[in-house]
Design a protein around this ligand. Structure first.
Ligand SMILES: [Mg+2]
Length: 232
């Protein structure tokens, strides 16, 4: 069993950690003890839910406005409330510049997405030419942005944001607390590594099997509930 620390700062991954993995993600209800445990833990300690999903998706499973990290670290907000993508200043500046310089081409459609945008070219006359023009327009993209090409669309997204960058930032806001991170995903490894690199104690817990850089391990959501109960 991982140690129980005095002033925990909880980071709890949702799928596979607080809720058993199921085939249908929309049926991933939390372990039966979890809703009550979370409510009581949150009354005493800072607590963040972590997920690869859009935070909004968690509101079907959790009935309180827990703070949350979504999209594997690229989003921050509250369950059932506001959520915003995290954009470094460099990305914000580049998005502003790109938004005002979208190629003036008949048929191009800009889709606004919460702080970022996508450009669709399915309605242009010459798709090949449009694609080339868009590629030129995006030629000197800063590291803070990714251009993701889809079906007749290119979308701009923040790059380099992970569960690791998220927990590092939040841990910095709680200098006297000990981060306690429980997760089962490969993307949780970024968080384990970031927390271990901090110049302070942290409890990192891999849930389930598989290689990990976490310092402790719990078998699954039952064991997670047993461990969390020790903080009450
Ligand atoms: Mg998970």
């Amino acid at each position: 069993m991982p140690p129980v620390v005095d002033r925990p700062l909880f980071f709890l991954d949702y799928d596979g950690t607080l809720a058993p993995i199921v085939d249908d993600p929309s049926a991933a209800v939390p372990h039966p003890d979890i809703p009550d445990l979370l409510r009581r833990l949150e009354a005493q300690h800072p607590l963040w839910i972590v997920t690869g999903r859009d935070i909004e998706a968690l509101s079907q499973f959790l009935d309180r406005p827990y703070r949350a990290i979504g999209l594997h670290g690229a989003q921050e907000g509250t369950v059932g409330g506001e959520a915003r993508q995290l954009l470094p200043e460099e990305a914000v500046r580049a998005l502003r510049r790109l938004r005002t310089s979208v190629p003036a081409l008949e048929g191009l459609q800009v889709e606004e997405k919460n702080q970022t945008f996508a450009v669709h070219y399915r309605a242009v006359d010459d798709e090949e030419a449009a694609r080339e023009q868009l590629a030129d327009w995006l030629a000197d993209l800063p590291d803070a942005l990714d251009a993701v090409w889809g079906k007749k669309v290119v979308e701009l997204r923040p790059a380099g944001l992970t569960k690791g960058t998220a927990v590092e930032r939040i841990a910095g806001e709680h200098p006297d607390a000990t981060p306690v991170y429980l997760g089962d995903d490969t993307t949780d490894e970024d968080a384990f590594e970031s927390l271990q690199a901090l110049d302070r104690a942290a409890v990192t817990v891999k849930v389930g099997e598989g290689t990990t850089s976490a310092s402790h391990r719990l078998a699954g959501p039952d064991a997670v509930a047993d461990y969390l109960r020790r903080y009450l």
